[in-house]
Ligand binder design. Structure first.
Ligand code: DGY
Length: 329
């Protein structure tokens, strides 16, 4: 047993060596050595001694866990979304919570566009058709899709990822409209030629509706049956944010009934489980939560999460603190 702070890393992640390189000189690290969530008993055993927790954005960090960790100084979340952490409880205990924004913005915007292209041009169906040996010659009727130029790209949440998605939309000749808790800065609106709209107005205008808001009590089931019914029947829903922003069973119903044209999802309400019937639909594209999965983003996330923890352990303000009010200067 040493006096060095202990850091508990919930899962093996790419570039774990970067984490060890940055934190190793200042702390003792316990790594859960697989990519699966750690067994509860392992977390419980680590809590009494830990100074830092390093969960992925899919590992819950609860008030009870923080209560059992009297030496805890920081929760360094590996991911930009931090709905897995009870931030209010952390703030009450004056424990800073950090995340990894910026480094995964472009990767997530690229994934969003991969989904948009896949669902509007039916690329996965077309690929499966060829692989199944069904391609017996060119036909003008094969897999008609929807053209994007001149259409409206509706974005819910014009933060950095939403903006990166919108920038790409301009390149496709789309018009950008957005809804969100607050209006973007005038220079952001001007650069993206983005029009602010009330949420329900946006739903009726968007040809592609892409979600980029965080998950919170306010955004849980933001797209429920009633709001899905406000979308155009020709519109597509894209979700690379968090699954529970969409009421997934209502989405399955809307897709089945043709109330919207299609959906492309990277995240699910009860991940990794899918709502009954979702996987049987032809007008959906389903990715396994790979929004930020580029080597560049993963390297950046490993570096940033470790740097944030190292700063907090040294008593310096971490770069990416989500609850600044918890910071004891
Ligand atoms: C994030 O960063 O929030 C991703 O969804 C998980 O890595």
């Amino acid at each position: 047993m040493t006096d060095r702070p202990r850091v508990f890393v919930f899962r093996k992640v790419p570039f774990s060596d970067r984490i060890a390189e940055i934190l190793g000189p200042v702390a003792d690290l316990t790594f859960h050595e697989t990519e699966d969530p750690p067994p509860e008993a392992m977390v419980r055993a680590a809590l009494p001694e830990v100074a830092a927790l390093l969960p992925t954005a899919l590992d819950p960090v609860t008030a009870a866990m923080m209560g059992a960790a009297p030496r805890l100084k920081v929760v360094g979340n590996y991911g930009v979304g931090y709905n897995n952490v009870d931030v209010a409880a952390a703030t009450r205990r004056r424990i800073p919570v950090t995340n990894t924004p910026g480094v995964l913005t472009e990767a997530t915007a690229d994934t969003t566009w991969a989904l948009i292209m896949a669902v509007t041009r039916r690329t996965l169906e077309a690929d499966a058709f060829v692989r199944a040996g069904k391609f017996d010659g060119w036909r003008a009727s094969l897999f008609p899709g929807m053209e994007l130029a001149g259409r409206t790209l509706g974005i819910i949440g014009l933060g950095s990822i939403g903006q990166a998605v919108a920038r790409r939309g301009l390149g496709f000749g789309m018009r950008v409209a957005y809804a969100g808790r607050r209006r973007a800065a005038p220079e952001v609106e001007a650069a993206l030629q983005a029009r602010f709209a009330p949420l329900e107005g946006l739903l009726g205008q968007a040809d592609i509706l892409s979600l980029h808001c965080p998950l919170s009590a306010e955004t849980r089931h933001l797209l429920d049956a009633r709001r899905l019914a406000l979308m155009k029947p020709t519109a597509y829903l894209i979700n690379t944010a968090r699954g529970p922003v969409v009421e997934e069973r209502a989405l399955v119903e809307a897709l089945r009934a043709g109330r919207i044209a299609g959906a492309a999802l990277d995240v699910y309400e009860d991940e990794p489980r899918l709502a009954p019937g979702l996987a049987e639909l032809h007008n959906v594209v389903l990715f396994p939560h790979i929004g930020s999965s580029t080597l560049e983003a993963r390297e950046g996330m490993a570096r940033l999460v470790a740097e944030n923890i190292r700063a907090a352990l040294a008593g310096r303000r971490p770069l990416n603190i989500v609850n600044p009010e918890a910071w004891r200067a």
